[in-house]
Design a binder for this molecule. Sequence first.
Ligand SMILES: Cc1cc2nc3c(=O)[nH]c(=O)nc-3n(C[C@H](O)[C@H](O)[C@H](O)COP(=O)(O)OP(=O)(O)OC[C@H]3O[C@@H](n4cnc5c(N)ncnc54)[C@H](O)[C@@H]3O)c2cc1C
Ligand code: FES
Length: 338
Amino acid sequence: MSFKVTLEPSGHSFDVEEDEIILDAAIRRGLSLQYGCRNGVCGACKGKVVEGRVRYDGGLPGAISEAEDAIGQVLLCSAKAETDLTLELHEIGGGNEVPVRKMPSRVVKMERLADDVMRIYLKLPDTERLQFLAGQYIDILLKDGRRRSFSLANAPHDDALLELHLRLIEGGEFTGHVFEGMQEKDILRIEGPYGTFNLQEESDRPMIFIAGGTGFAPIKGIIEHAIQEGVNRSIFIYWGARAKTDLYLDALPRQWAQRDNIQYVPVLSEPASQDQWQGRTGLVHEAVMQDFADLSDYEVYASGPPEMVEAARHGVILRGLPSQQFYFDSFDFANDYD
Ligand SMILES: Cc1cc2nc3c(=O)[nH]c(=O)nc-3n(C[C@H](O)[C@H](O)[C@H](O)COP(=O)(O)OP(=O)(O)OC[C@H]3O[C@@H](n4cnc5c(N)ncnc54)[C@H](O)[C@@H]3O)c2cc1C
Ligand code: FES
């Protein structure tokens, strides 16, 4: 049996199973609610029951008092629905509103996706989850307060582990360590989430995504979030790389493209002879310019190397895209080296 939960003042609604935690159902539906520990301890997920009844299977959790419970306050990370519910609570509207936190994480899995790309999965302490919006990034904290930024490649509904795609930088201090020294079970200190490279949820414009190399990482998070939310706007994904092996997760966008509203166009700038490449060649932003004569009613999301993002911006604006409909994540490198 399931119940309907309606949120005020937004009017968003979702279904929750009778044995399901209310917050879990909201996250699964792609809603951005405030939370922290997901364990009844921090109080960040507190809301108010306007109509209906909730229950706590393990008794009242620590972050809510009997007096608060009596006046209808509720901890969404611990409560289950007993009836249809109307809840009053604050939904997070933009990246700036998501709290930034600093915490340790454990490297639980490392996977070499290409010669110079490593996927790593990070796990937070058992009682912690990182709240973030799809497309945001975190900083890895190095010694002496220096930091390195990497985009989150997973979507918020799938947050048991944080997924990063790291490109090896020649002479790079952190990525060099990842490829040569780092081991599973190592601890990394992280801070985040940061960034405003997010899906424009209120819009119904068709969207073009332009990824260069590991610029695919935040785009993966955004597309997985959009699929989870049932977004049916047209989505065009252009992924540019040198050779075929650099399209390090090529099967995934091909699988997304089986949906009616998603198209995937890989573009290689230097295909290797063994690639026997029949697809598009050249620079990725040029492929977009060839395919679209008028972008005035589109949104364009670009992420990857700064030169690619700049070239993409220039190209799509020439095709009539209003600059406020261009969203980007430029992978600038840290400038703390001497
Ligand atoms: C918001 C944001 C998100 C990012 N997300 C990702 C991501 O998801 N995946 C990813 O692989 N990278 C990402 N980056 C880029 C990454 O943070 C940098 O490449 C980082 O500096 C690498 O750290 P490092 O210690 O290995 O190299 P560093 O020690 O910082 O650099 C060593 C030398 O290499 C050069 N260098 C560093 N990075 C680059 C680069 N990207 N291109 C060309 N030359 C460089 C510098 O000149 C420097 O002298 C992101 C950057 C930003 C700002
Ligand atoms: S998220 Fe911490 S109490 Fe609910």
